[in-house]
Ligand binder design. Structure first.
Ligand code: SF4
Ligand code: SF4
Length: 186
């Protein structure tokens, strides 16, 4: 398998806002011992991420948000520079979407997404295709689990929070509560 990442300046990590699910959060949290609020921000649901609407939540008004990795000026908060090279600082616990990029799966086969930022083709072997296929299946499983958890938040816990005092239901407090809830072992 040809891996173009070695000849790339981590273009995907600089360009995209990485959307997360609860298992991504748990994995990074336990790997780094870092509070989720240090690396996660809410990003507005918009036309560019509209397909993620089932994984959206509110923070006190009608606007909907998604969970995303915090970004710095040069991209993802975990994108680190070593000498002249950029590397993922959370490689072994990186989100599933990072592991699967730049592939989508159609009819059981991996296909590079047309808008990919990689400088060349991956030329997957059968083993490589299986690895990405497993990754994609894991991501689907994780998003199913996340959906169950988030539905419970949206239907049971969030409405109770809205009945609290104004100080206890600011967008920041609601987001803190959501992250705590999603970080709990289930
Ligand atoms: S978590 Fe790692 S692989 Fe994913 S965008 Fe950030 S730096 Fe890149
Ligand atoms: S996945 Fe593609 S865009 Fe991202 S670092 Fe590798 S080659 Fe570059």
């Amino acid at each position: 398998m040809t891996i173009p990442c070695f000849a790339c300046q981590s273009s995907c990590c600089s360009a995209y806002s990485v959307l997360l699910n609860s298992r991504d959060i748990m994995r990074i949290k336990s790997h780094l011992g870092l509070s989720p609020s240090k690396f996660i921000s809410p990003v507005p649901l918009g036309h560019e991420n509209a397909s993620y609407e089932p994984y959206s939540f509110s923070l006190g008004d009608k606007k909907r948000f998604l969970l995303a990795m915090k970004m710095r000026k040069n991209g993802c908060i975990f994108l680190l520079k070593f000498k002249q090279e950029e590397r993922c600082g959370v490689h072994f616990a990186r989100p599933n979407v990072c592991r699967c990029y730049p592939f989508s799966f159609e009819h059981g086969h991996a296909q590079e997404v047309p808008e990919k930022l990689c400088p060349s083709s991956w030329e997957l072997t059968r083993k490589g295709e299986k690895q990405f296929g497993d990754c994609y299946a894991n991501m689907q499983t994780d998003y199913s689990a996340y959906k169950v958890r988030l539905d419970s938040w949206n239907s049971k816990i969030y409405p109770k929070l809205l009945k609290k005092t104004f100080k206890e239901r600011t967008p920041e407090r609601i987001f803190e509560n959501l992250l705590e809830y999603l970080s709990e072992e289930v």
